[in-house]
Ligand binder design. Structure first.
Ligand code: DNO
Length: 356
């Protein structure tokens, strides 16, 4: 496994490549051209500049998170072929620059959703949290303003203001969309991009829907083992794979995380590892990575990845805000560095115990 950290680029991130370089065991970063709107073409030169910047700091650009998919493709609208063509151009730019991993998601309208970006925990740290009661009280059309107001002016990945400015219209366009139609649109998209992925050996890694259930009446399909296996079969090409995100699949306690990992052998291209603590079935907060701080057995998750021979990039995921750090919610340096160190410790112990 290749330990990485996500980095939002020098324009947006509060942490630097030099800081990332000093986290033990981290040799790569996961990043993107964060100023690109969904549907916009990435050029080879832009990708090269990003890669050069990362490499100048002694790190590798291990993968892209994300090239966002335009809603027209998810809706299956009249302009989808145009946007798929643009997506292919962007994949070519990435492939030409010898980058072989692209994370993306297929969630309608919104990316991940939390109801609290800075819930105070008993140790004084803050963490992102979700409560059903708070979601039920929310109006989706004003949710972006609420989230933005809580984000300390930081970039909220997946919540691009330009796209969400038209939330009401977007909702209208999704009217009548159900899980089957969304699945068919995802299949259509994947079938068209597979030739370019084959040509450049690009692993597409779909990120799960977070939380793992339909929200605000919008369908969500990348939520459990059954649906992902169906997708793997529907487009049965090893370049059609997944991002295994413990924190997203784990929002539904019915998902058996180690079992999911084992059943997806060969199709997991990227792993996001984090822990959640459930306070009740309807309320969770993002704990530190340590098993005993949350509800997941992190050892079993890492062991399952190890057992299936997963050797791709892995990254600690959302961290708490600790030690007075201010930054992008979930993406400060300190707690993610602790997470990387902890996951590296698990990997070392598992590796050595196998050799005995
Ligand atoms: C949130 C992230 C997501 C993820 C996208 C992938 O912190 O895990 O925004 O990057 O869903 O496209």
């Amino acid at each position: 496994m290749e330990m990485t950290l996500r980095w939002f680029g020098s324009e947006h991130d509060t942490i630097t490549l030099e800081e990332i370089r000093q986290v033990p065991g981290v040799r790569g970063v996961i990043t993107a051209l964060y100023d690109k709107k969904p549907g916009e073409i990435w050029t080879r030169e832009e990708v090269k500049n990003l890669k050069d910047e990362v490499e100048a700091a002694g790190l590798k650009l291990s993968g892209i998170e994300s090239i966002n998919v335009h809603d027209e493709i998810k809706i299956g609208g009249p302009e989808r072929d145009y946007y798929i063509e643009n997506y292919i151009r962007s994949l070519e730019a990435v492939g030409e620059e010898d980058i072989h991993l692209v994370c993306y998601n297929f969630m309608p309208v919104f990316d991940w959703i939390r109801t609290d970006l800075a819930r105070k925990r008993e140790d004084g740290s803050t963490a992102m949290a979700y409560s059903k009661a708070a979601i039920d009280a929310l109006n989706p059309e004003t949710m972006f303003d609420a989230m933005e107001g809580d984000a300390n002016g930081a970039l909220l990945p997946g919540w691009e203001p330009e796209r969400l400015a038209g939330v009401k219209e977007l909702f209208d366009r999704y009217r009548g969309m159900d899980c089957e139609k969304l699945f068919a649109n995802l299949k259509y998209f994947l079938e068209r991009i597979m030739p370019v992925c084959d040509k450049y050996d690009i692993n597409m890694a779909i990120h799960p829907d977070d939380p793992a259930w339909p929200i605000f009446g919008l369908p969500r399909i990348i939520i459990n083992e059954e649906n992902i296996l169906r997708l793997m079969k529907a487009v049965d090409n090893p370049h059609n794979g997944i991002t295994f995100c413990s924190g997203s699949y784990g929002t539904n306690p019915k998902n058996n995380l180690p079992h999911m990992i084992r059943s997806l052998k060969g199709r997991i291209h990227f792993a996001h590892i984090r822990n959640l603590r459930f306070n009740s079935p309807d309320d969770f907060e993002e704990a530190s990575h340590l098993s005993s701080d949350g509800s997941f057995d992190m050892y079993e998750i890492v062991k399952a990845l190890f057992d299936i021979g997963f050797d791709g990039p892995v990254r600690p995921d959302h961290g708490r805000m600790i030690w007075g750090e201010k930054g992008i919610p979930g993406y400060g340096l300190f707690d993610r560095a602790l997470g990387a160190a902890y996951i590296n410790g698990l990997i070392e112990a598992i590796e050595k115990s196998r050799r005995e």
